[in-house]
Design a protein around this ligand. Structure first.
Ligand SMILES: NC(=O)c1ccc[n+]([C@@H]2O[C@H](COP(=O)([O-])OP(=O)(O)OC[C@H]3O[C@@H](n4cnc5c(N)ncnc54)[C@H](O)[C@@H]3O)[C@@H](O)[C@H]2O)c1
Length: 452
């Protein structure tokens, strides 16, 4: 390509969103349904192409079903200006490409960038065709939203785009990075209520991308000084949270040896204005337990071994095992037999009131308990039993068995359904000799409860 750099039309552009998961779908829907620019009230006439390689997801969305439960049937039925597709041809005339694909770690905790590379290749091929079909059109703008380590957008993704398109990133397209900070399942703070960090490869593209997001984000944007700063800002948000939880987890391990209830300690300590209220527990999911490894990986690549970050990760990753060991210690001390006894785990998702079981800590508790010889039942009304079987080889009860009595219960997740269980209903679930390990502090204290 050899033409003067220019940007797509701000209000009439076509936007392709690659990856329609927890991050991509809300973003696609917000761009599609926004008729007037939030910041300037200009009329918008944009089209959105929601692209995902997962055919099942596309079929479900085309049938107005969102399995992440972020959107109801009616939300999807009433959408105009958007199509959901897995046909790569349909994104070739897009002007703006936003990539929201997963960035997991592998079994050795090394960042797996395969999804990002493959999405970048798809975009590279698309912009090449776009140029062939519409030689006079503007330069495309490509924005990454997936969480990565500082440098990944330029070192990995943009390289892939250049390879697939044959274009030069300095003159043939614009690019940027704008991390997503939503918290799925949160009904108060949605996508447009959270300040969006934006960045671009040139001052002009930073400005364009910033305005572009400002058109949908009510909370406004923060224009970062560079792509690397924006990448680093996102990854430290979750790293900080991970470390704060690791600290309180370590404190809970110390306190449990001293028979001190950590939740009571937190209640007392948090009467000081600057005490940070974090709770002990299992850190799971695809963000807090994963993102720090992106940073520690990059850190080691550049010759610095991150002592604090990795020790925090080790503590948080070991909590599942520690919880089962604490439970067994209590049972043995109280003459409750362990081998072959029945244990109920309440909750399998990685956090409350959501359906997501990726990297869930509750699964590690279940596997450890099975290894120690418990008969384990798991109940979670939010989880698709097929997914639990497929990802963890775990069976989920369809409902709590009426006649079944357990020697031990672990409350792993505080779904609203569990918070509403009454004193009598807890008693109906247990044998005469029992213990309830309440990781979330939701079970009445006058039952035989242990807490972190
Ligand atoms: N879920 C969150 O709470 C959250 C919050 C902030 C940031 N993030 C980050 O956002 C990114 C996306 O996370 P998510 O939770 O939405 O993931 P997700 O697994 O829910 O969805 C990702 C989607 O991308 C699709 N996909 C994979 N490869 C693709 C490709 N090459 N082309 C098109 N589609 C492809 C998958 O089929 C899937 O539907 C990750 O980097 C994550 O760390 C997630």
């Amino acid at each position: 390509m050899n033409k003067i750099m220019n940007f797509p039309s701000f209000n009439k552009c076509k936007i392709a969103i690659l990856g329609l998961g927890y991050v991509g779908l809300p973003l696609a829907i917000e761009f599609a349904r926004r008729e007037y620019c939030v910041s300037s009230n200009i009329k918008l006439n944009r089209k959105v192409i929601g692209f995902d390689i997962n055919k099942t997801r596309i079929n479900e969305l085309n049938n107005n079903f969102d399995k992440t439960k972020e959107f109801h049937k009616e939300d999807l039925e009433n959408l105009k200006e958007i199509i959901f597709t897995n046909d790569r041809e349909l994104i070739c005339d897009a002007d703006v490409f936003i990539i929201t694909v997963p960035t997991p770690i592998d079994s050795a905790k090394i960042p797996y960038l395969g999804h990002l590379r493959s999405a970048s290749k798809i975009v590279g091929e698309a912009i090449k065709k776009r140029q062939q079909n519409y030689p006079e059109t503007s330069q495309p703008v490509i924005v990454y939203e997936s969480t990565v380590y500082p440098g990944a957008t330029e070192e990995v993704c943009i390289n892939e785009i250049e390879k697939a398109s044959g274009f030069d990133s300095k003159k043939d397209f614009y690019y940027g990075y704008s991390p997503e900070r939503i918290n799925p399942g949160d009904n108060k703070l949605k996508l447009t209520d959270i300040v969006k960090i934006t960045s671009g490869n040139t001052s002009e593209s930073s400005e364009w991308i910033d305005n572009f997001y400002k058109s949908i984000i009510k909370a406004g944007t923060f224009k970062s000084k560079s792509i690397r700063i924006a990448e680093a800002a996102k990854v430290i948000e979750n790293t900080q949270r991970d470390l704060n939880i690791a600290l309180i987890n370590e404190l809970s391990l110390i306190f449990s040896k001293m028979n001190i209830d950590t939740l009571d300690v937190i209640e007392a300590a948090s009467t000081k204005w600057n005490f940070l209220k974090f709770y002990p527990g299992i850190v799971g999911g695809h963000c807090i337990g994963v993102d720090p490894y992106y940073l520690t990986y990059k850190s080691q690549m550049i010759g610095y071994y991150p002592e604090v970050l990795l020790s925090g990760r080790r503590i948080n990753d070991s909590m599942g095992e520690k919880i089962v060991e604490n439970l067994i210690a209590y049972m043995l001390k109280n003459s409750i037999s362990v081998l072959g006894s029945d244990l109920l785990i309440l909750g399998l998702t990685f956090k409350e009131n959501c359906t997501d079981i990726r990297n869930t800590g509750a699964a590690s508790i279940a596997h450890k308990a099975i290894n120690y010889g418990f008969n384990v039942d798991i109940f979670d009304p939010n989880v698709d039993p097929k997914e639990a079987k497929q990802f963890y080889d775990l069976v989920i009860l369809k409902g709590l068995k009426k006649s079944q009595k357990y020697s031990a219960i672990i409350v792993a997740v505080q779904h609203d359904e569990f918070k509403n269980i009454t004193h009598q209903e807890w008693l109906n679930l247990v044998n005469d000799q029992y213990v309830i390990y309440d990781l979330k502090g939701i079970v009445p204290r006058n039952l035989k409860v242990i807490r972190p």
